[in-house]
Design a binder for this molecule. Structure first.
Ligand code: AMP
Length: 393
C-alpha cells in the first residue's frame, strides 16, 4: 500500500525529499518557479512538523559533468525567497561534508544538495550512490512526479534503504487527478491532444479510445492522421513512420469514440513567413504548411469543451511560440479555463501545454496543471511508474 506523508511522525527526524527543481535558469536566476512552488506544500508540512529537511533534485542533463550553469544554487535561492528563510547548500550531494551538514541540521532547517546528475551514477541507478544518498535521511519522501517514470538512484535505488517512505503531497495530487480522469471522470470526457511528437501519444490515444467520449486531435500531429485519411497536407509536419499506427487507431476508434480533427488551418510557407492563409483541411495548397488551427476549428472545439464534464489537454494546437500561430492554443486554453469556472474538471498534462498557458497568463484557471511532461504521458498511457512502485515495496 502506498503511504502518504501524514502516516509518519516527522518530529526531529531527518527527512530526505526527492523534489523536482528541474526549472529553467538564466543568468543564475530561476525564470519559471512553477515546479518549486509545486513542491512547497510537502516541504512546508515537514518544517511545520519539526523535521530536518534534506532536498535532492536534478537540473537538466549534465551527464555526470559539473556544469555551473546547471547548479541548483539559483533554485535554492528562489526557495529561500519563497519560504522567507535561509537554507543550507552543499555542492556535492554525497561528500563527507554534505553528510556532516545534514547531521548538524536542527529541526526546522533545510539542506539542499547540488544537482544529482553531476554524478553519472544517478541515472544509472547505481547502488553505492543510492546508499550514500540514503545516509542523509531517516525517512524518504518522493515528491518528484516529473521523474517518476524513470528508474534512477534518487527515486528507485534509494527507496530500498528506507523502511519509512512515502509519496509527498504533489505526487498524491498528480495521481488523484490523473487517475480520476481515467477511472471516475465527470462525463462527457474530452481528451484534447496536440503538439508535434505523435509517437509519444499513440499509447495514450489507444488507452482513451474506450474511455473518452471524444478525442480532439490538433497541432502538428493532426497532419499524420489527415494524410492517413488520404488528404493533401501540403508541406505540413508529418511522421510517415506512424501512418500504419494511425490507420490502426482510426479503425480501432470506430463505434467507440469520436475522433475529431481540425476543419481548417492557418497556413504559411514557413513559420517565419508573415503572409498567412486560412485553408480548409480539404484544400491545403501544396506549397503551404498548417501551423495553427483555424477559426472554424476553434469554434467547434470550444463548443465541445463547453459541454464537457472533464477535459484532459496535452499539447498545443499550433506553433504557439510564434506570434500569429498562437491563437488556436490561446483560444482553446481560454475555453478550458471558462469551463473550469463552471464546475468541470480540467487537467493540463504538463510540458508545452503548461508553457503555453503560462505565456497566456492563465496559470490559475485549471483544476490541475501537471508538473510532469513524459511522466504525465506515461501514467495516462497506463504504464507502471517505477518510482511510485518502489515506495510500495
Ligand atoms: P510536443 O512536445 O509533441 O507536445 O510538441 C510541442 C511542439 O509542437 C511545440 O513546440 C509546437 O510549436 C509544435 N507544434 C504544434 N503545432 C504544430 C504544427 N502545426 N506544425 C509544427 N509544429 C507544431
Amino acid at each position: 500500500m502506498l503511504k502518504t506523508l501524514k502516516s509518519f511522525d516527522l518530529k526531529d527526524k531527518r527527512v530526505l525529499i526527492r523534489v523536482d527543481f528541474n526549472v529553467p535558469v538564466d543568468n543564475d536566476c530561476v525564470i519559471d518557479d512553477f515546479r518549486i512552488r509545486a513542491a512547497l506544500p510537502t516541504i512546508q508540512y515537514c518544517l511545520n512538523e519539526g523535521s530536518k529537511v534534506i532536498l535532492i533534485s536534478h537540473l537538466g542533463r549534465p551527464n555526470g559533468i559539473i556544469d555551473p550553469k546547471l547548479s541548483l544554487m539559483p533554485a535554492g535561492e528562489k526557495l529561500a525567497d519563497l519560504l522567507e528563510m535561509p537554507i543550507k547548500f552543499s555542492n556535492n550531494c554525497i561528500s563527507e561534508d554534505a553528510h556532516d551538514v545534514t547531521l548538524g541540521l536542527r529541526s526546522g532547517e533545510i539542506h539542499l544538495l547540488e544537482n544529482l546528475r553531476f554524478h553519472t551514477e544517478e541515472t544509472k541507478n547505481d547502488q553505492n550512490f543510492s546508499i550514500n544518498l540514503a545516509k542523509h535521511g531517516q525517512i524518504f519522501i518522493n515528491d518528484a512526479f516529473g521523474t517518476a517514470h524513470r528508474s534512477h538512484a534518487s527515486n528507485v535505488g534509494v527507496s530500498k534503504y528506507f523502511n519509512q517512505k512515502c509519496m509527498g503531497f504533489l505526487i498524491e495530487k498528480e495521481l488523484e487527478f490523473l487517475n480520476k480522469s481515467m477511472s471516475l471522470p465527470k462525463k462527457p470526457l474530452t481528451l484534447i491532444l496536440g503538439g508535434a511528437k505523435i509517437d509519444t501519444k499513440i499509447d495514450l490515444i489507444n488507452r482513451f479510445i474506450p474511455i473518452a467520449d471524444q478525442i480532439i486531435i490538433g497541432g502538428g500531429m493532426a497532419f499524420t492522421f489527415l494524410k492517413a485519411k488520404g488528404k493533401d497536407i501540403g508541406t505540413s509536419l508529418i511522421d510517415p513512420s506512424m501512418i500504419p499506427e494511425v490507420k490502426k487507431i482510426l479503425a480501432n476508434a470506430r463505434g467507440k469514440t469520436s475522433l475529431i480533427f481540425p476543419k481548417d488551418f492557418i497556413c504559411a510557407k514557413s513559420m517565419n513567413h508573415k503572409k498567412q492563409l486560412i485553408c480548409s483541411s480539404n484544400e491545403i495548397p501544396s506549397d503551404l504548411m498548417g501551423l495553427d488551427i483555424g477559426p472554424s476549428s476553434i469554434d467547434e472545439f470550444s463548443k465541445i469543451i463547453r459541454n464537457s464534464g472533464t477535459v484532459l489537454w496535452n499539447g498545443p494546437m499550433g506553433v504557439f511560440e510564434v506570434d500569429g500561430f498562437h491563437l488556436g492554443t490561446e483560444k482553446i486554453a481560454e475555453s478550458i479555463s471558462n469551463v473550469t469556472n463552471e464546475g468541470s474538471t480540467t487537467i493540463v498534462g504538463g510540458g508545452d501545454s503548461a508553457a503555453a498557458i503560462k505565456k497566456f497568463g492563465m496559470l490559475n484557471n485549471f483544476s490541475h496543471i501537471s508538473t510532469g511532461g513524459g511522466a504525465t504521458l506515461s501514467l495516462l498511457s497506463g504504464n507502471t511508474m517505477p518510482a511510485i512502485y518502489a515506495l510500495e515495496l
